[in-house]
Write a protein that binds this ligand. Structure first.
Ligand code: 5GP
Length: 352
């Protein structure tokens, strides 16, 4: 056994130090990024925020709403070939929108077969290979197999939290490595297993490893407010994936229900008992659930939340003088803090 003494940081442990700036208004800030990839020959341009491939947020309705802002959605892996076909047909007059939707895939043979069917029948560009634990050799081989089958597609793979495994996945064929073990809003991995890594440090370390190889990283999980999304980009994330922050809206799956006069929507982790029962009919005996179910207050149209998030990041950029999102991490100095917020009126808050 060994102990690493250096303190690792989470969103709650840092703030971004403001810097002198010549920017006059947040309207001057451009959040679009343009990326080339290590393996894929494609280029991608847009606002690099991705709705998580959970069955609540990874819906085609969310994809439509986010694509209007050039933002992305990792459609959940349970979407059928027929549903994909319909989505592609409906995009005939707006083909651009297909550049913002990832086809997600687990590591079972049937997942891979479905991925091949979807990618061959429909001209899509983005693949998201997702497992809870990206450290297995089986997953590395799976990434390699996927790269061999799709040499020109953009492949995102994860999740991992350390530099050496980020490198391994990039060398095996990933263009983007998804970073995060345990930070998610409905994740219980840290509770069940004791495994995890504070997200800001994970992003800093994995981005450093990836960028050295012309790879990219996606910070996945743990953002609770727009400021956290800004911190993830400031730490070096090329993309940021959001589950909980986009949950509870009209475009998310699930019905609205009323309890004590208040409207709610159901949200659950993809390894929760609820998700496993829903998609597999049971929880396998050899595994425990590593996710939870929550009822979240219904939040209306996702558009308002999107604007709130983008407005927040634009404002971060003006505070540090970054005219483009690309400059944010270069212009960031994080300061370690012991407190983030003044919560004196928390019990009395009526709106944001
Ligand atoms: P959030 O933005 O809600 O904090 O985090 C979203 C991320 O949590 C997802 O993209 C995924 O990586 C992770 N996640 C989703 N469901 C589960 C789960 O059941 N267990 C664990 N360990 N992580 C989950």
């Amino acid at each position: 056994m060994r102990i690493e003494e250096e303190i690792k940081l989470d969103f709650k442990d840092v703030l971004i130090r403001p810097k002198r700036s010549t920017l006059r208004s947040r309207a001057e800030v451009n959040l679009h990024r343009k990326y080339n990839f290590r393996h894929s020959d494609k280029t991608w341009e847009g606002i690099p925020i991705i709705a998580a491939n959970m069955d609540h947020t990874g819906t085609f309705a969310v994809a439509n709403a986010l694509a209007k802002h050039s933002m992305m959605t990792a459609v959940d892996k349970y979407a059928s070939v027929d549903e994909w076909e319909k989505f592609v047909q409906q995009s005939q007059h707006n083909k651009e929108r297909l550049n913002y939707a990832f086809v997600s895939c687990g590591i079972r043979q049937e997942d891979f077969d479905k991925l091949k069917t979807i990618m061959r029948q429909l001209d899509l560009a983005l693949i998201c290979l997702d497992v809870a634990n990206g450290y297995s050799q089986y997953f590395v081989d799976f990434v390699r197999r996927t790269r061999d089958a799709f040499p020109t597609k953009i492949i995102m793979a994860g999740n991992v939290v350390t530099g050496e495994m980020t490198e391994e996945l990039i060398l095996s064929g990933a263009d983007i490595v998804k970073v995060g073990i345990g930070p998610g809003s409905v994740c219980t991995t840290r509770k069940k297993t004791g495994v995890g890594y504070p997200q800001i440090s994970a992003v800093i370390e994995c981005a450093d490893a990836a960028h050295g190889l012309r790879g990219l990283v996606c910070s996945d999980g743990g953002c609770t407010v727009p400021g956290d999304v800004a911190k993830a980009f400031a730490a070096g994330a090329d993309f940021v994936m959001l589950g909980g922050m986009l949950a509870g809206h009209d475009e998310c799956s699930g019905e609205i229900f009323i309890e004590n006069g208040q409207k709610f929507k159901r949200f659950y982790g993809m390894s929760s008992t609820e998700a496993m029962n829903k998609h597999h009919g049971k929880v396998e005996e050899y595994r425990s659930s590593e996710g939870k179910s929550v009822n979240i207050p219904y939040r209306g149209a996702i558009e308002n939340t999107i604007l709130d998030i983008l407005g927040g990041i634009r404002s971060t950029c003006t505070y540090v003088g970054a005219q483009q999102l690309k400059e944010l991490s270069k212009r960031t100095t994080f300061i370690r803090v012991t407190q983030q917020l003044n919560e004196v009126y928390a019990p009395y808050q009526i709106s944001t």
